[in-house]
Design a protein around this ligand. Structure first.
Ligand code: FAD
Length: 499
């Protein structure tokens, strides 16, 4: 029997970047609504949003080659890259607004300027990268992108990747000076802190169940993990921002919108560099090409990080398999997520995705020497003693009903039921970088009647709200320069282009 019942307008399950973003938006748009956050861990941003659990790339398709696939006719399709970049511009604007509005302080705690680069070798890949550059460089959002193949520039910009390299194998690089590294853990903590000032944040509390109330709204069952005490929360609106823990809770909610969804967890490991000299001599996020048959999130990258004011360097990810849905999850997570309504899509994916299974087995059986060999494609003189293996966050890829029974997806799915006043997020890519557009999507789906009244403030927060920047150079230049100034990033390339 419940001893306490808290009532709240908005209950946010999980204190990751998604709940933090939604909570901040709601607190700004509707200051009179009460907001309560329930997080099973003892801190905000400690699961996938923790800086060492993800790569901290401000994903804007500047360097990720999976967003610019080559077509059968040899041309490069850049439409996905433009969409991803547009989404990141939305996040950048909201973060700049939040700094200007005093929601959070010192932006260098969470975002830092780091060039983004795509790197390939081999004649065919070099030709592909040239085509990618030709297709992207005249797009407004990608203005300022560079392309180089000469060993001298390569050695100057990427010294640890040049040392010991055989330039007889041709190389090519797309380089964008205005990329970013984002510490999503720090950003989450700042936003949750703001949410907590006008609402309540409960750490060490796990949401174990949620039931629709007859008169509307939801009753959540909460377990205090320190005392094992059970209590209840009555909420008008629930957002399941539980990351990998979202699927089981959405299944428990019983909403029809969640039916048929399944999840496939992919774990990851990074090599973290422990040699200060190497860390010092690399300053870029460099993304390569995924091995054949590998899923898009396994693209290898050598990444400068800025965490707690210190520069770091990571390489990876090395994929793996664990049936847990969260790093702090249970081995029963995957088997218990199989339900009568998703068994068909899950089995269909199991049969269809043999390539992925083969790839994961290959990754799991890698020896330490194999991992160093993979790294040596980027750092030819890699020495295993300079790198320690760390476990990154879990990604739960979305499985949904579709052709042939079901499909495995590598994007994000917003599950929302307006009539039931509940929403949740499944999937992990492009991830934290798109937290702001994803949460605007949640607001639009769950509060359509409020959107008109909220529009002026949303436009103040996000000047490009409701429009796109790639086809509006004037507005792009304005927001690029404003966000760069406020977030203390590089001088605006938009300004240079206009001069
Ligand atoms: C290896 C890897 C690399 C990545 N690289 C990038 C990158 O470079 N750039 C990028 O933008 N994104 C990246 N991502 C994706 C990004 O990390 C995630 O999309 C993002 O952090 C998800 O945020 P979230 O708030 O949904 O989940 P989380 O940050 O995981 O937060 C969910 C929270 O909910 C809590 N929770 C779960 N269940 C319950 C419950 N029942 N009750 C209470 N609390 C609960 C959890 O403890 C957790 O704190 C990467 C992810 C991985 C795994």
């Amino acid at each position: 029997m419940a001893r306490n019942v808290i009532t709240t307008d908005v209950a946010l399950v999980g204190a990751g970047i998604m709940s933090a973003t939604l909570g901040t938006l709601i607190r700004k748009l509707e200051p009179s609504w009460s907001v309560s956050v329930f997080e099973s861990l003892d801190a905000a941003g400690a699961e996938s949003s923790d800086p060492w659990n993800n790569a901290g790339t401000g994903h804007s398709a500047l360097c990720e080659l999976n967003y610019t696939p080559q077509q059968a006719d040899g041309s490069v399709d850049v439409s996905k890259a433009i969409t991803i970049n547009e989404q990141f511009q939305v996040s950048r604007q909201f973060w700049a607004y939040a700094v200007d509005a005093g929601v959070m302080d010192d932006p260098s705690d969470f975002i830092n300027p780091i060039p983004h680069a795509s790197f390939v070798h081999g004649a065919d890949n070099v030709e592909y990268l040239r085509k990618r550059y030709d297709a992207l460089s005249h797009q407004t959002l990608f203005e300022g992108m560079e392309y180089f193949t000469d060993p001298a520039t390569f050695s100057e910009r990427l010294p640890i990747m040049a040392a010991g390299r055989n330039f007889g194998d041709p190389v090519a690089v797309n380089w964008f000076e205005g990329g970013t590294d984002v510490d999503f853990g720090s950003l989450t903590k700042k936003l949750i802190n703001f949410v907590g000032k006008g609402g309540s944040v409960h750490f060490g509390t796990k949401v174990t169940d949620l039931k629709k109330q007859k008169g509307g709204g939801w009753r959540l069952t909460i377990k205090n993990l320190r005392t094992n005490e059970i209590s209840h929360v009555d909420a008008r609106f629930v957002f399941v921002g539980a990351g990998g823990g979202a699927l089981p809770l959405l299944q428990k909610s019983g909403i029809k919108e969640a039916k048929g969804f399944g999840g496939f967890p992919v774990s990851g490991q990074f090599f973290r560099c422990s040699n200060p000299e190497l860390i010092d001599h690399h300053a870029a996020k460099v993304y390569g090409k995924a091995p054949t048959g590998a899923p898009p999130m396994s693209v290898p990258h050598l990444d400068t990080r800025v965490i707690g004011g210190n520069k770091g360097l990571l390489f990876g990810p090395y994929a793996g398999f664990s049936p847990k849905f969260l790093k702090a999850g249970k081995y029963t997570d995957l088997p218990l997520s199989v339900k009568p309504n998703n068994i068909v899509p899950m089995m269909a994916v199991g049969l269809k995705e043999m390539g992925l299974t083969k790839y994961l087995i290959g990754e799991l059986t890698q020896t330490p020497a194999d991992r160093v060999h993979t790294l040596s494609e980027f750092v030819p003189r890699a020495d295993g003693h300079d790198w320690e293996l760390i476990t990154a966050g879990q990604r739960v890829q979305v499985i949904r009903k579709g052709k042939g029974g079901g499909n495995l997806e590598f994007g994000t799915a917003v599950i929302a039921a307006e009539q039931d006043q509940i929403a949740g997020l499944l999937g992990a890519s492009p991830g934290a970088s798109t937290a702001v557009p994803a949460m605007l999507d949640v607001l639009g789906k769950c509060f359509p009647k409020h959107m008109q009244a909220w529009k002026p403030l949303l436009q103040e927060m996000i000047p490009s709200y409701g429009t796109t920047l790639n086809d509006n150079k004037k507005l792009y230049t304005q927001v690029w320069d404003w966000t760069n100034r406020t977030l203390q990033l590089a001088p605006g390339v938009g300004a240079d282009a206009q001069a």
